[in-house]
Design a binder for this molecule. Sequence first.
Ligand SMILES: Cc1ncc(COP(=O)(O)O)c(C=O)c1O
Length: 426
Amino acid sequence: MARDFGDAVETKPFIAGETYIPASGKVVEGDDVAAMVDACLDMWLTAGRFADRFEAELARRFGLKHALLTVSGSAANLLAVTALTSPKLNGGLRPGDEVLTVAASFPTTVAPIIQNGCVPVFVDVNLATGNVLPERMAAAVGPKTKAIVLAHTLGNPFDLGAIAKLAEDQDLFLIEDCCDALGATYAGKPVGTFGDFATLSFYPAHHITTGEGGAVLSNKKSLSKLAESFRDWGRDCWCKPGCDDTCGKRFDQQMGDLPRGYDHKYTYSHLGYNLKVTDMQAAIGLTQLAKADRLIARRRENWIALTAALKAAGLEEWFILPEATPNSDPSWFGYLLTVRDHDRLDRAALVRRLEERRIGTRQLFGGNLLRQPAFRTIEHRVVGDLANTDKIMHDSFWIGVWPGIDAPRIAYMVETLATLVKELGR
Ligand SMILES: Cc1ncc(COP(=O)(O)O)c(C=O)c1O
């Protein structure tokens, strides 16, 4: 019998005010468990036949040529940025180069820029879309600017028309952090297909899950090979686990100062990591990917239902409601609410009360990252002010749209927000 192994709560009774409504969660079903067991029974353990298939399926879904599985979305971002630092890449990132981004971010979207000795340049975002203001980004390009790294905030694509054009016009690399946006499209094309690299996260909060996990996608073989090298210990060789001599010249090359014929498998062209996955992760990734469209459709339905209910309850007077970026079809990760008037409603008091009433909330990740302890002393540049980013830090939060949320829960969430606004609002 099919059993629901996840946090999907459709099948569980909902008691308003008692049953917790998480802001995010996984949906894991019988086929996912069966796939993992299948991979377990292989006892291959490292990346194997399931990883090959999952990489191929991911690439196919995006219409891209290359997908590399890795241990997390954070690792995917690290690999994408680090690949651009390779000495093998003409015009790649060098220490001191600038990378344009936003401070209203997840920390590990921005951290790889700093970890690679580059300088992040921050511009402000739009409060309704949560995404970069493209005209600010255009104004931020300087002589040292080499790349743009941006996430599609909460599943809402950033203005890819403007940003991809800026990257092209200014000859900048573009990394799309799609960790929260699997399935979103811009101008009818999947996000992740506009830049040099796309990254994904499969952490349980995300559209599909492998527990821990992520991927780096690219249409460019040269870039994907660099990311693969950094993922796989920094080696020059690209043999899959358990394979030898894929290049046909394993003992037949002269590389730098190495003895002639030195094993290519043990030749290192980068200071790398080991960020590969296990086949169990890949196995569940395959079954999750097969159901991604169903899960994404539920997120979209929930987002629409929440918007209608919040408007009907008059809550637009209190909150800036989220808006899809023009020309896009988001694949919502969460429902962003920003208190309009800080003096009339205190976000901290509101989220505390929501949690007391069993409604899960999240802040928009790091808020203004520059105010986070780890980022306070980093070398950086800010272009224009970060007024909206600061407002997000003080006045925004998000609630869930994931498939475990249904009509009774949405009704309760909106009813509770309306009650709390009356109680706390001034
Ligand atoms: C936009 C964004 N990028 C990167 C990540 C990191 O992904 P992971 O948790 O898999 O490391 C997250 C995490 O949720 C995220 O929201």
